[in-house]
Design a protein around this ligand. Structure first.
Ligand code: G1P
Length: 303
Protein backbone atom coordinates (compact mmCIF):
# COMPACT_ATOMS: atom_id res chain seq x y z
CA UNK A 1 0.00 0.00 0.00
CA UNK A 2 1.28 3.48 -0.85
CA UNK A 3 2.07 5.77 2.03
CA UNK A 4 0.00 8.88 2.64
CA UNK A 5 2.53 11.67 2.54
CA UNK A 6 0.54 14.87 2.02
CA UNK A 7 -1.72 16.66 4.45
CA UNK A 8 -3.77 19.78 3.75
CA UNK A 9 -4.48 22.24 6.54
CA UNK A 10 -7.22 24.72 5.63
CA UNK A 11 -6.37 27.76 7.75
CA UNK A 12 -8.12 30.56 5.89
CA UNK A 13 -11.18 30.90 8.16
CA UNK A 14 -12.02 34.19 9.86
CA UNK A 15 -12.37 32.97 13.43
CA UNK A 16 -15.24 35.35 14.04
CA UNK A 17 -16.42 33.42 17.11
CA UNK A 18 -13.22 34.43 18.87
CA UNK A 19 -13.21 38.14 18.06
CA UNK A 20 -11.61 40.35 19.21
CA UNK A 21 -8.90 37.79 20.11
CA UNK A 22 -8.60 36.78 16.46
CA UNK A 23 -8.67 40.29 14.99
CA UNK A 24 -4.95 40.33 14.28
CA UNK A 25 -3.91 36.74 15.02
CA UNK A 26 -5.12 33.70 13.09
CA UNK A 27 -7.57 31.53 15.04
CA UNK A 28 -5.24 28.60 14.37
CA UNK A 29 -2.64 30.41 16.49
CA UNK A 30 -4.88 30.35 19.56
CA UNK A 31 -2.96 28.61 22.28
CA UNK A 32 -4.02 25.51 24.17
CA UNK A 33 -1.82 25.41 27.30
CA UNK A 34 1.50 26.19 25.61
CA UNK A 35 1.14 25.49 21.89
CA UNK A 36 -0.98 26.98 19.13
CA UNK A 37 -3.70 24.80 17.63
CA UNK A 38 -1.92 24.58 14.28
CA UNK A 39 1.15 23.14 15.98
CA UNK A 40 -0.91 20.33 17.51
CA UNK A 41 -2.27 19.63 14.01
CA UNK A 42 1.19 19.56 12.41
CA UNK A 43 2.60 17.36 15.17
CA UNK A 44 -0.30 14.96 14.68
CA UNK A 45 0.41 14.84 10.95
CA UNK A 46 4.14 14.30 11.54
CA UNK A 47 3.39 11.41 13.90
CA UNK A 48 1.29 9.87 11.13
CA UNK A 49 4.24 9.99 8.70
CA UNK A 50 3.20 13.06 6.70
CA UNK A 51 6.04 14.70 4.75
CA UNK A 52 4.30 17.53 2.84
CA UNK A 53 2.30 20.09 4.75
CA UNK A 54 0.05 22.28 2.63
CA UNK A 55 -1.48 25.27 4.40
CA UNK A 56 -4.34 26.98 2.62
CA UNK A 57 -4.15 30.45 4.10
CA UNK A 58 -5.66 33.88 3.53
CA UNK A 59 -4.81 37.48 4.32
CA UNK A 60 -3.64 38.06 7.87
CA UNK A 61 -2.36 34.53 8.41
CA UNK A 62 1.38 35.11 8.04
CA UNK A 63 1.93 34.35 11.74
CA UNK A 64 1.44 30.68 10.79
CA UNK A 65 4.32 30.82 8.29
CA UNK A 66 6.53 32.53 10.85
CA UNK A 67 5.66 29.93 13.45
CA UNK A 68 7.08 27.06 11.38
CA UNK A 69 10.05 29.03 10.09
CA UNK A 70 13.45 29.38 11.75
CA UNK A 71 13.99 32.42 13.99
CA UNK A 72 17.77 32.98 14.02
CA UNK A 73 17.82 36.08 16.23
CA UNK A 74 15.58 34.57 18.88
CA UNK A 75 17.42 31.25 18.82
CA UNK A 76 20.84 32.91 19.04
CA UNK A 77 19.74 35.09 21.96
CA UNK A 78 18.35 32.08 23.81
CA UNK A 79 21.53 30.12 23.15
CA UNK A 80 23.69 32.94 24.53
CA UNK A 81 21.54 32.92 27.66
CA UNK A 82 21.95 29.18 28.07
CA UNK A 83 18.28 28.48 27.44
CA UNK A 84 18.93 25.26 25.57
CA UNK A 85 15.65 23.57 26.37
CA UNK A 86 13.78 26.47 24.79
CA UNK A 87 16.07 26.36 21.73
CA UNK A 88 15.36 22.65 21.34
CA UNK A 89 11.62 23.27 21.53
CA UNK A 90 11.90 25.84 18.74
CA UNK A 91 14.07 23.57 16.61
CA UNK A 92 11.63 20.70 17.02
CA UNK A 93 8.72 22.60 15.54
CA UNK A 94 10.55 23.70 12.40
CA UNK A 95 9.58 21.87 9.23
CA UNK A 96 12.33 20.65 6.89
CA UNK A 97 13.16 22.83 3.88
CA UNK A 98 10.49 22.40 1.22
CA UNK A 99 8.12 20.47 3.46
CA UNK A 100 5.79 23.39 4.13
CA UNK A 101 3.79 24.88 1.28
CA UNK A 102 1.58 27.92 1.69
CA UNK A 103 -1.08 28.89 -0.80
CA UNK A 104 -3.90 31.36 -0.55
CA UNK A 105 -7.62 30.98 -0.76
CA UNK A 106 -8.44 34.39 -2.14
CA UNK A 107 -12.13 34.44 -1.22
CA UNK A 108 -13.97 32.78 1.70
CA UNK A 109 -15.96 30.36 -0.45
CA UNK A 110 -16.00 27.43 1.97
CA UNK A 111 -14.03 24.37 3.05
CA UNK A 112 -14.55 22.55 -0.25
CA UNK A 113 -13.13 25.51 -2.14
CA UNK A 114 -10.16 25.73 0.25
CA UNK A 115 -9.30 22.09 -0.47
CA UNK A 116 -9.67 22.67 -4.22
CA UNK A 117 -7.07 25.45 -3.98
CA UNK A 118 -4.47 22.75 -3.18
CA UNK A 119 -5.32 20.51 -6.14
CA UNK A 120 -2.17 21.20 -8.15
CA UNK A 121 0.00 20.28 -5.15
CA UNK A 122 -1.38 16.79 -4.56
CA UNK A 123 0.12 14.02 -6.68
CA UNK A 124 -0.77 10.92 -4.70
CA UNK A 125 -3.89 8.77 -4.91
CA UNK A 126 -4.93 9.72 -1.41
CA UNK A 127 -4.10 12.58 0.92
CA UNK A 128 -4.94 13.63 4.47
CA UNK A 129 -6.75 16.70 5.70
CA UNK A 130 -6.79 18.12 9.22
CA UNK A 131 -9.00 20.90 10.55
CA UNK A 132 -6.86 22.41 13.29
CA UNK A 133 -9.73 23.65 15.41
CA UNK A 134 -10.77 20.05 16.03
CA UNK A 135 -8.20 19.06 18.63
CA UNK A 136 -8.03 15.40 19.64
CA UNK A 137 -6.44 14.15 22.84
CA UNK A 138 -5.48 10.54 22.20
CA UNK A 139 -2.84 8.00 23.11
CA UNK A 140 -2.21 7.29 19.42
CA UNK A 141 -2.71 10.53 17.47
CA UNK A 142 -6.00 10.51 15.59
CA UNK A 143 -4.63 10.72 12.03
CA UNK A 144 -2.13 7.97 12.79
CA UNK A 145 -4.98 5.71 13.94
CA UNK A 146 -6.81 6.42 10.69
CA UNK A 147 -3.80 5.84 8.43
CA UNK A 148 -3.07 2.56 10.22
CA UNK A 149 -6.61 1.39 9.51
CA UNK A 150 -6.97 2.91 6.04
CA UNK A 151 -7.33 0.67 3.07
CA UNK A 152 -7.70 2.20 -0.42
CA UNK A 153 -10.90 0.18 -0.80
CA UNK A 154 -12.38 2.31 1.99
CA UNK A 155 -12.48 5.17 -0.53
CA UNK A 156 -12.79 8.34 1.48
CA UNK A 157 -12.28 7.94 5.21
CA UNK A 158 -13.48 10.46 7.81
CA UNK A 159 -13.00 10.51 11.57
CA UNK A 160 -16.41 10.18 13.22
CA UNK A 161 -17.99 10.56 16.63
CA UNK A 162 -21.50 10.39 18.00
CA UNK A 163 -23.02 13.78 18.83
CA UNK A 164 -26.29 14.73 20.57
CA UNK A 165 -29.09 14.76 17.97
CA UNK A 166 -29.75 18.46 18.60
CA UNK A 167 -26.20 19.22 17.41
CA UNK A 168 -26.37 17.52 14.00
CA UNK A 169 -26.76 20.93 12.36
CA UNK A 170 -23.12 21.70 13.19
CA UNK A 171 -21.59 18.72 11.37
CA UNK A 172 -21.39 16.55 8.30
CA UNK A 173 -23.59 13.55 9.22
CA UNK A 174 -23.31 9.98 7.91
CA UNK A 175 -26.21 7.78 6.84
CA UNK A 176 -24.69 4.50 7.99
CA UNK A 177 -25.63 1.11 6.52
CA UNK A 178 -22.98 -1.10 8.06
CA UNK A 179 -20.89 -1.22 11.22
CA UNK A 180 -17.58 -3.06 10.89
CA UNK A 181 -15.82 -2.70 14.24
CA UNK A 182 -14.20 0.71 14.34
CA UNK A 183 -15.31 1.39 10.78
CA UNK A 184 -18.79 2.38 9.64
CA UNK A 185 -19.86 2.39 6.00
CA UNK A 186 -22.13 5.18 4.78
CA UNK A 187 -24.61 5.22 1.93
CA UNK A 188 -24.94 8.99 2.13
CA UNK A 189 -23.53 12.00 3.91
CA UNK A 190 -25.18 15.36 4.46
CA UNK A 191 -23.78 18.68 5.66
CA UNK A 192 -25.36 20.27 8.72
CA UNK A 193 -28.81 18.66 8.58
CA UNK A 194 -31.54 19.78 10.96
CA UNK A 195 -32.52 17.43 13.77
CA UNK A 196 -35.62 16.36 11.81
CA UNK A 197 -33.71 15.58 8.62
CA UNK A 198 -30.58 14.06 10.10
CA UNK A 199 -30.02 10.42 9.05
CA UNK A 200 -28.07 9.63 12.26
CA UNK A 201 -25.95 11.20 14.96
CA UNK A 202 -22.64 9.94 13.47
CA UNK A 203 -20.74 13.17 12.80
CA UNK A 204 -17.57 13.95 10.88
CA UNK A 205 -14.74 15.54 12.85
CA UNK A 206 -11.93 17.41 11.16
CA UNK A 207 -9.90 14.37 10.09
CA UNK A 208 -10.08 13.05 6.54
CA UNK A 209 -8.23 10.73 4.18
CA UNK A 210 -9.47 11.65 0.73
CA UNK A 211 -9.19 10.07 -2.66
CA UNK A 212 -7.60 12.53 -5.03
CA UNK A 213 -10.51 12.20 -7.49
CA UNK A 214 -12.39 14.46 -5.07
CA UNK A 215 -10.87 17.48 -6.84
CA UNK A 216 -12.89 16.77 -9.99
CA UNK A 217 -16.08 16.78 -7.92
CA UNK A 218 -15.13 19.89 -5.99
CA UNK A 219 -14.65 21.76 -9.24
CA UNK A 220 -18.28 21.15 -10.16
CA UNK A 221 -19.69 21.71 -6.72
CA UNK A 222 -22.34 24.41 -6.31
CA UNK A 223 -22.72 26.23 -2.98
CA UNK A 224 -24.45 24.18 -0.28
CA UNK A 225 -25.09 24.74 3.45
CA UNK A 226 -24.35 28.33 4.47
CA UNK A 227 -23.95 29.32 0.81
CA UNK A 228 -20.45 27.76 0.79
CA UNK A 229 -18.74 25.12 -1.38
CA UNK A 230 -18.92 22.19 1.00
CA UNK A 231 -16.39 19.35 1.14
CA UNK A 232 -19.16 17.06 2.42
CA UNK A 233 -21.23 17.70 -0.73
CA UNK A 234 -18.34 16.56 -2.93
CA UNK A 235 -17.89 13.41 -0.80
CA UNK A 236 -21.60 12.75 -1.29
CA UNK A 237 -21.46 13.44 -5.04
CA UNK A 238 -18.74 10.79 -5.50
CA UNK A 239 -20.10 8.21 -3.04
CA UNK A 240 -21.20 5.73 -5.74
CA UNK A 241 -17.78 5.79 -7.35
CA UNK A 242 -15.71 6.18 -4.17
CA UNK A 243 -17.29 4.75 -1.00
CA UNK A 244 -17.32 6.57 2.32
CA UNK A 245 -16.02 5.00 5.50
CA UNK A 246 -16.26 6.57 8.95
CA UNK A 247 -13.59 5.71 11.48
CA UNK A 248 -14.47 5.77 15.18
CA UNK A 249 -11.19 7.08 16.51
CA UNK A 250 -10.14 6.51 20.11
CA UNK A 251 -9.71 9.77 21.97
CA UNK A 252 -11.39 12.92 23.16
CA UNK A 253 -12.17 15.62 20.61
CA UNK A 254 -12.50 19.29 21.47
CA UNK A 255 -14.16 21.81 19.21
CA UNK A 256 -11.68 24.65 19.65
CA UNK A 257 -13.71 26.76 17.24
CA UNK A 258 -16.00 27.44 20.22
CA UNK A 259 -15.09 29.05 23.53
CA UNK A 260 -16.47 26.10 25.52
CA UNK A 261 -14.48 23.56 23.51
CA UNK A 262 -11.32 25.62 23.66
CA UNK A 263 -11.60 26.10 27.42
CA UNK A 264 -12.23 22.39 27.95
CA UNK A 265 -9.24 21.54 25.75
CA UNK A 266 -7.06 23.78 27.89
CA UNK A 267 -8.18 21.98 31.02
CA UNK A 268 -7.84 18.51 29.54
CA UNK A 269 -4.37 19.16 28.08
CA UNK A 270 -3.22 20.92 31.26
CA UNK A 271 -4.32 17.92 33.33
CA UNK A 272 -1.98 15.84 31.15
CA UNK A 273 0.99 17.81 32.49
CA UNK A 274 1.95 16.68 36.00
CA UNK A 275 3.45 20.09 36.91
CA UNK A 276 0.18 21.86 36.14
CA UNK A 277 -2.22 19.20 37.31
CA UNK A 278 -2.00 19.54 41.09
CA UNK A 279 -2.45 23.30 41.33
CA UNK A 280 -5.09 23.32 38.65
CA UNK A 281 -7.22 20.85 40.55
CA UNK A 282 -7.03 22.99 43.70
CA UNK A 283 -7.60 26.25 41.90
CA UNK A 284 -10.57 25.09 39.88
CA UNK A 285 -12.48 24.43 43.08
CA UNK A 286 -11.41 27.82 44.44
CA UNK A 287 -12.58 29.76 41.38
CA UNK A 288 -15.80 27.80 41.23
CA UNK A 289 -16.59 28.66 44.88
CA UNK A 290 -15.63 32.26 44.21
CA UNK A 291 -18.07 32.63 41.35
CA UNK A 292 -20.81 30.83 43.32
CA UNK A 293 -20.29 33.18 46.25
CA UNK A 294 -20.38 36.15 43.93
CA UNK A 295 -23.71 34.99 42.52
CA UNK A 296 -25.09 34.78 46.05
CA UNK A 297 -23.76 38.24 46.90
CA UNK A 298 -21.14 36.82 49.31
CA UNK A 299 -18.13 38.38 47.64
CA UNK A 300 -14.90 37.11 49.14
CA UNK A 301 -11.27 37.56 48.27
CA UNK A 302 -10.18 34.99 45.71
CA UNK A 303 -6.73 34.43 47.14
C1 G1P B 1 -16.61 21.34 8.95
C2 G1P B 1 -17.22 20.33 7.98
C3 G1P B 1 -18.19 19.42 8.71
C4 G1P B 1 -17.49 18.74 9.88
C5 G1P B 1 -16.88 19.80 10.80
C6 G1P B 1 -16.06 19.16 11.90
O1 G1P B 1 -17.62 22.22 9.38
O2 G1P B 1 -17.86 21.03 6.95
O3 G1P B 1 -18.69 18.45 7.84
O4 G1P B 1 -18.42 17.94 10.59
O5 G1P B 1 -16.03 20.68 10.06
O6 G1P B 1 -15.60 20.11 12.79
P1 G1P B 1 -17.30 23.65 10.08
O7 G1P B 1 -17.03 23.35 11.52
O8 G1P B 1 -16.12 24.21 9.38
O9 G1P B 1 -18.53 24.46 9.90
Amino acid sequence: MKKIKTCIFPVAGLGSRFLPATKSIPKEMLVVVDKPLIQYAVEEAKAAGIERFIFVTSQGKSAIEDHFDSSPVLEETLRKRGKNVEVERLEALRLDPGQAIYIRQQAPLGLGHAVLCAQHLVNEDAFALILADDLVLAETPCLQQMIQEYNPQDGNMVGVMEVPMEQTNRYGILDVFQNKGEKVLARNVVEKPSLEKSPSNIAIIGRYILNQSIFGYLKNQTPGAGGEIQLTDAIQAMIKEVPLCGYRYKGQRFDCGTKEGWLEANLAFAFEQPDLRINLQKNLQKYFSFSENKKEGKQKECA
